[in-house]
Design a protein around this ligand. Structure first.
Ligand code: TEU
Length: 549
């Protein structure tokens, strides 16, 4: 059945797919440089095929000064030598296709690098043809044009004394914002995208796409007035083939907006990453940067709102973590004694819903966050937070506690392949510390252990692919106020399929009543060996299962 649904020439194939995010710096190093590379990804395609995924979202591998690990692109049509060559990319695409694994590239279209030739030209003079590719304001170099702050700290404006103007940047000063009001700039981006489509790339993740319609004069960053107009133009110009999958990163998306983004008329994108369930703020003053403790009823209500809001008129992406967010087992699960149980529970909760699931590398192993001394962190966001808060007089242990909870590098440590030195990630010195728990948590050990998190992910992915109701069924939240249990039904009227997904989010027993119509139901998957009986039951710590009736 899955082959039928996963026909990649058809629109919508990605609805039955599971995608896997690779953060290339930390995946697998084949040269001893200490940094992962494209050849390393090609080497592990068999591993990914066995996992059952249909596509790889590859964080940026384009030429870049790497100020923000590739999210600062200096050439959209070249591979950064750090990761290998164009031939390596062509080989990855071809080897991926042999295994029915699509390559989805990460397009950073809101901004580029200050080392991009466009910007180097633009800052030469106000008359330069590339000047208008960026957003400028006249000024004296002392007072920025307005109060806007950049996401990684400091003002959103940087002065270029040679031309007496400030340029606008929502992120680091080395990431100048592109001017989307300029049609020539937009066409230049579309040409770069077509370059990759012609190479066989089958999809794109669009970085901070809801920020392209910014208007610094009006102090607007996300959801600008022309945003959806730009997206429709982009889609028509660059994503013409029905098989191309697109997922936009949209921190500012609510359900109403997401319906427009993921409208089945294909006028914009396939789907967006929305962040309401993640419960973290994007920017707006870094005081709000800290993680919030999980309150399960809120998470359930939020996800239910998205499930029901997009059913039949849009499409959800399902994810719990990525390269910007804490590892989920450390955040919503339990990375101590219940690590394996809670990682499986979280997988059940996510993969049981309607939408396209995304797995962040290492999540399938139950990899955990790391805590490092400040000097071992590499991420500019962490380093800025540390500097800003220390300068304000915060206590160092408080600053570090925030960083341990939310810092991006905690989830960016190398993939744990084996129990040998550096987790089998590199023969050199890794660019960032390997989590010392690799001796216990690694892919080689999990492949051999039938009860591992890895083998559970494989089963869950297989289950999804072979049950239409888990892909397309409607969603109904159960036991909304229960503070420990997240349970829901999935129903596909056309085929008469009914599913019950029940997940205990706590390390205590939890009472739950299995609805009467599930008496005698089939136990499809679960993280405890024995089947739950019907009626009033006790869910054991982090217990999760899927029943079918
Ligand atoms: O992230 C968008 C973004 O706003 C993040 O900065 C996020 O708010 C923050 O990391 C949370 O702590 C995208 C990329 O995913 C991220 O890696 C880039 O740094 C950023 O855009 C700039 O391109």
């Amino acid at each position: 059945m899955s082959e039928l649904i996963l026909d990649k020439s058809r629109w919508g194939w990605w609805q039955s797919a599971v995608f896997y995010q690779i953060y290339p710096k930390s995946f697998l190093d084949t040269t001893g440089s200490g940094v992962g590379d494209l050849k390393g990804i090609t080497q592990r395609l068999d591993y990914l095929q066995q996992l059952g995924i249909s596509g790889i979202w590859l964080s940026p591998v384009f030429r870049s000064p790497q100020v923000d690990n590739g999210y600062d692109i200096s050439d959209y049509c070249a591979i950064d030598p750090l990761f290998g060559s164009m031939e390596d990319m062509e080989e990855l695409i071809a080897e991926g296709k042999k295994r029915n694994i699509s390559i989805i590239l990460d397009l950073v279209l809101n901004h580029c690098s200050d080392q991009h030739p466009w910007f180097l030209e633009a800052k030469k003079s106000r008359e330069n043809p590339f000047h208008d590719y960026f957003l400028w304001k006249d000024g004296d170099g002392i007072t920025p044009p307005n109060e806007m702050r950049a996401c990684f700290g400091g003002p959103a404006w940087t002065y270029v004394p040679e031309i007496g103007q400030w340029y606008f940047h929502q992120f680091a000063p080395q990431q100048p914002d592109l001017n989307w009001t300029n049609p020539a700039m937009r066409q230049a981006l579309y040409r770069a995208i077509r370059f990759w489509v012609d190479k066989g790339v089958e999809g794109f993740r669009l970085d901070v796409i809801d920020q392209i319609g910014k208007d610094p004069d009006l102090q607007i960053t996300g959801n600008g007035p022309r945003l959806h107009e730009y997206l429709r133009e982009l889609s028509a110009a660059a994503f013409r083939e029905p098989g191309i999958v697109t997922v936009g990163e949209a921190w500012g998306a609510d359900v109403e907006r997401a319906k427009r983004y993921s409208n089945p008329d294909c006028s914009e994108l396939s789907m967006v990453f929305q962040f309401q369930h993640i419960g973290l703020d994007q920017q707006e003053g870094k005081e709000k940067w800290d993680t919030k403790p999980l309150y399960l009823p809120d998470l359930k209500r939020c996800l239910a709102h998205w499930q029901n809001g997009l059913h039949g008129c849009g499409w959800n992406s399902l994810f719990m973590n990525n390269h910007d967010l804490p590892r989920v087992v450390s955040r919503w699960g339990n990375d101590g004694v219940y690590r394996v149980k809670s990682a499986k529970m979280l997988a059940t909760m996510l993969h049981g819903m309607e939408g396209t699931p995304y797995i962040y590398q290492g999540e399938e192993l139950g990899m955990t966050n790391i805590k490092l001394p400040i000097g071992e962190y590499r991420d500019l966001e962490i380093l800025n937070i540390y500097k800003e808060r220390m300068a304000k007089g915060c206590r160092e242990e408080d600053v570090m506690a925030s960083i341990y909870a939310r810092g991006r590098d905690n989830a960016r440590t190398p993939m744990q392949w084996t129990d040998s030195e550096n987790a089998g990630f590199t023969t050199g010195t890794p660019w960032i510390e390997v989590n010392p728990n690799y001796t216990a948590i690694n892919a080689a050990a999990e492949e051999k252990d039938p009860d591992s998190v890895l083998n559970y992910y494989k089963q869950m992915i297989t289950l999804r692919k072979s049950h239409l109701g888990l892909i397309y069924g409607s969603f109904q939240l159960l036991a909304e106020e229960n503070p420990q249990v997240f349970a829901y039904r999935r129903t596909l009227a056309e085929t008469g399929e009914n599913y019950l997904i029940a997940c205990n989010f706590s390390d205590k027993d939890a009472a739950f009543t299995i609805p009467a119509d599930f008496a005698g139901a089939r136990h499809l998957i679960g993280n405890y060996p024995d089947t739950a009986p019907a009626g009033a039951v006790t869910l054991r710590p982090y217990e999760a299962f899927v029943l079918q009736k």
